[in-house]
Ligand binder design. Sequence first.
Ligand code: UDX
Length: 460
Amino acid sequence: MGKSNGLRVIMFPLPLQGCINPMLQLAKILHSRGFSITVIHTRFNAPKTSNHPLFTFLEIPHGLSETETRTRDFTHLLAALNRTCESPFRDCLTKLLQSADSETEEEKQKISCLIYDSGWIFTQPLAQSLNLPKFVLSTYKVSFFLDHFVLPQLRRERYLPLQGSITNSEDDDLVEEFPPLRRKDIFRLLDAETEVLDSYSDLILETTKASSGIIFVSSCEELDHDSLIQAREDFQVPIFAIGPSHSYFPGSSSSLFTPDETCIPWLDNQEDKSVIYVSFGSGVTINESELLEIAWGLRNSDQSFLWVVRVGSVHGKKWIEAIPEEMIGGLNEKGRIVKWAPQQDVLKHRAIGGFLTHNGWNSTVESVSEGVPMICLPFFWDQLLNARFVTDIWMVGVHLENRIERNEIEKSIRRLFSETEGEEIRERMELLKEKVGRSVKQNGSAYRSLERLVDHITSF
Ligand code: UDX
């Protein structure tokens, strides 16, 4: 740790892997700059506190029912968490501020601010009433955060009335309010499940505008230049784009699951850029037939692979028992299937040549940071936009267009690994990696933004 500056920052992540990782990455960065860190978290999906002995963790009850904790529907989970956590969080924060007031001069540490995930909607008014500066942390790509406020209006005015009546030829048209999404992406984004989030949209917008600043932990000028200009204009609060934040403290110590470290020695025995890594993050679920199509696609591609199948991620199944025994034999000849991988170390490994991904923003940025080209298979929400950036804007990957079919998967792997197209993609990816890598180095855009953030928090 850097020398203590006598300031404490309170952090409140959403209890989802893709949100805990970036929040704790920021916590490590701020700690290294002299801040003390208190993390308020729910019992549900609690971070592994033993991995962070230098932080103070305060647990609040989440109040979710057994069924709610097991739901695969993230939008409903988010709504339930916001309903049940408000009062335990208020109690916890109030006590924390009171106890800070009663500390002796010697132990006194000023609580400088609260940093909360943009998905918590009750925190801003609460911090306001307690007179505490508050920062919104967004784990999304800047352009998604900026444009997703238009979704309720699109649902009401343009797309819902059209659903079902659009012809295939219009599917690929760009949506002008939300580029580079296409119409077919918007239809998927506006499914019935996300409707529950519409009612939050205005509130999130309002509270963000009333915040002391927005922190984009996994973005930088190099990935989001135009959107950052727009965001500064729209929100009129200081904006910090300090990412890819995992580059400051690489490693997967915020994992909620135990990574299978045996992947690494297995990769050590593979040739350079010969392995396709397959993982769909912490929230995506698939059905049995999709599992089999992926298995066949990998096998038929004849490429070595490392495939993460999370326990419970195949509907109605424990793990991979739906894959016939005789096929497992064939799969084992070319690859490995694990329950959770040390992803950042895997992507860094010289043997990895491609990433079949759901395009969660963390996975996307981790892949760019290591220069690994992607095969994009987004499932929901911001993943659809991230995938379009990968394939249509940066052109560092190929898109499966939601075709979870063995032939399509085989074809996309061959496109990436053996054809001229793959080489061109690899060259572009190398350039993007270098650009983004420079941003976190001294005097790079993300590095400078981080310096500004530290100064800003210190000034309260
Ligand atoms: C969720 C949403 O799905 C995503 O769209 C949003 O951008 C963030 O919240 P998640 O699905 O978990 O996130 O995906 P992602 O953002 O990619 O985060 C997954 C994290 O888990 C990454 O940091 C990745 O390194 C880590 N991981 C994943 C592992 O450490 N091991 C694995 O086997 C798989």
